[in-house]
Design a binder for this molecule. Structure first.
Ligand SMILES: NC(=O)c1ccc[n+]([C@@H]2O[C@H](COP(=O)([O-])OP(=O)(O)OC[C@H]3O[C@@H](n4cnc5c(N)ncnc54)[C@H](OP(=O)(O)O)[C@@H]3O)[C@@H](O)[C@H]2O)c1
Length: 434
């Protein structure tokens, strides 16, 4: 075989970036591989109106992905469509035709990647998914190969660029969440429907994939405790700063004495930690290993070119294996088989907490709240009140010593019934261990 041929389905952000990298960097890629990686076919619903790189002038184009997958001159199918419906059909059909698959699809891989891998291995083909988590950061390669000799004890990540962009804008500008979200939508950083990003579901799929690689367990995304960033306001950053912290949508997977606990939630993290310096749409992953200790990975979490690099690097790896004819495959999940994850409730987790209240000012407020905390055996750490003009909606913060999430939830539920509160308390964990 003189070359390995790629068929690309999906010519949106990632498909366009992948084509740009493949064509503009073709000479370097051939030099590294020792053979050519050639785009033999492309597909999207509107393929006939797409402007392709000039070197692809004569490439086969189709609006029907089945036609592309069936072509004898397609060795690897790149699924860059997204979602779990058509994408699943494309992947199934490619496997049925014994063609390797490269995908950027976190949703599909988080939901059914383990089953897809089982079918891929039975069919003797490969499956690669580097671009599915943290676009431009090669975190799969790190977990699958770079530090696979270690025993991972925790992963912390900022895995959603949109929510990180919004949080850091609220932090910098002091503007309200809704205004910053509207601006992010105008700039193209946030979708018209921002739910998947700001409510944490996108990050949750990514955490499920990373945790599978790191801990060898098949994790159902809906088993991950998830809470989004909609309630975070400029005043929370003011208080967090006063406490030497900032706020990020933190994805965490950690081995505890009770088992593997996973969560995606806004959290206070010390300003001195390297994670706190992750600004704007950037992503980062911090991996803690038993032997190798801490390693940190940072880069663009999305965007056509950074994600295109991840897809092309996967294509190169898969193409090398096709060329070598090796039947051995390293699982994209870093384990030949994943174990069944028995969800461990996040309520078992212990942490210090930040509790923010908005109250209608009156005497005895602190005493009432302290009494509830004391009844749950929660020790108060500090009480903070920054100057405020409003007596009707007065903010203040209580921080508490490490306690269980269960105790905090019970305390917050009880506090929420107090008539001087103008909204339910906001409880955020304070990550002291970072
Ligand atoms: N955007 C990023 O930076 C990023 C980063 C990492 C991972 N990802 C993942 O990469 C995947 C693609 O994302 P994207 O942002 O590139 O999406 P996108 O811009 O919406 O592009 C999707 C492409 O799929 C094509 N398509 C949709 N349905 C099709 C069908 N039935 N047949 C053929 N083509 C079809 C669309 O065709 P038309 O253009 O003709 O409508 C479009 O070209 C998703 O899984 C996403 O989660 C994206």
């Amino acid at each position: 075989m003189q070359q390995v041929n790629v068929g690309i389905v999906g010519l949106g952000n990632v498909g366009t970036g992948t084509l740009a990298v493949l064509t503009e960097n073709a000479a370097q890629i051939s030099l590294k591989l020792g053979f050519d990686l050639r785009v033999s076919a492309v597909c999207s619903r509107s393929v006939n109106t797409k402007q392709l790189p000039s070197s692809l002038g004569g490439v086969f184009r189709t609006t029907d992905w089945r036609e592309l997958v069936a072509r004898p001159d397609v060795d690897i199918v790149a699924e860059l469509v997204g979602g779990t419906t058509v994408a699943q059909e494309i992947v199934n059909e490619a496997i049925a035709r014994k063609k390797s698959v490269v995908t950027a699809n976190k949703e599909l891989m988080a939901a059914s990647g383990a089953e897809i891998w089982d079918r891929a291995i039975a069919a003797g083909i490969n499956l690669a998914m580097e671009a599915s988590v943290a676009g431009g950061i090669p975190i799969h390669a790190v977990l699958r190969e770079g530090i696979s000799g270690d025993r991972i004890t925790a992963i912390y990540g900022i895995l959603n660029g949109t929510s990180n962009f919004i949080l850091t804008e609220v932090e910098k500008s002091g503007a309200a969440f809704d205004d910053v979200l509207a601006e992010a939508q105008r700039l193209g950083y946030a979708e018209a429907d921002p739910t998947a990003d700001v409510d944490g579901y996108d990050a949750r799929s990514k955490l499920a994939i990373l945790a599978a690689l790191a801990f060898g367990e098949k994790i159902t995304p809906s088993d991950i405790y998830t809470s989004g960033i909609r309630r975070i306001s400029p005043m929370d950053f003011q208080y967090a700063h006063r406490l030497g912290h900032t706020i990020r949508l933190l994805c965490a997977a950690r081995q505890t004495p009770d088992g593997l606990i996973l969560s995606v939630r806004p959290s206070l993290i010390p300003q001195s930690t390297i994670l706190a310096s992750v600004q704007g749409a950037y992503n980062a992953v911090w991996v803690r290993g038993h032997f190798g200790e801490d390693t940190f990975y940072y880069g663009r979490g999305a965007g056509p070119n950074p994600t295109g690099v991840a897809v092309v690097s996967d294509l190169m790896r898969v193409a090398r294996e096709i060329r070598s004819g090796s039947p051995d495959r390293v699982s994209p999940f870093a384990h030949p088989r994943l174990g069944e994850y028995k969800p461990i409730p996040v309520t078992l987790q212990k942490s210090a907490y930040y509790l923010r209240f908005l109250v209608n000012d009156q005497p005895g407020i602190i005493a009432s709240l302290s009494a509830i905390l004391a009844a749950k055996n929660i020790s108060l750490d500090a009480v903070l009140q920054l100057p405020s003009e409003s007596k009707q909606s007065l903010p203040f913060v209580i921080t508490v010593e490490p306690t269980s999430e269960r105790a905090i939830r019970e305390a917050v539920a009880e506090m929420s019934t107090l008539d001087f509160l103008t909204e339910a308390p906001l409880a955020l964990p304070m990550e002291k261990a970072l």
